[in-house]
Design a protein around this ligand. Structure first.
Ligand code: CU
Length: 91
């Protein structure tokens, strides 16, 4: 089994931030394969590929960040990635 250190942290944060505005990603993490995972304020995540396009990833999939950190996919918030991705690029 993979050891995943970050999940407990992300999960506890999600519970405390449930009521917050969740329209914008809380943070975005670049992954080793060039894609990006956006973590929203409620702890759920959406994926963006290296070309800035949202894509689907199944709940529970384990991703690896550039620094080697393992992140487990929580949710599949592809519709929430689309709007902020356009905002970042101004189109
Ligand atoms: Cu993912």
């Amino acid at each position: 089994m993979l050891k995943i250190a970050t999940i407990a942290l992300v999960s506890s944060f999600a519970l405390s931030a449930f009521a917050a505005n969740s329209s914008a990603p809380e943070r975005s993490v670049e992954l080793k394969d060039g894609t990006t995972v956006h973590v929203f304020r409620d702890g759920k995540m959406g994926m963006e590929d290296k070309f800035g396009r949202p894509f689907l990833m199944s709940n529970g999939h384990v991703m690896e960040a550039r620094d080697g950190t393992k992140i487990q996919m929580k949710g599949n918030e592809v519709w929430r990635v689309a709007a902020p991705a356009q905002l970042y690029r101004g189109n």
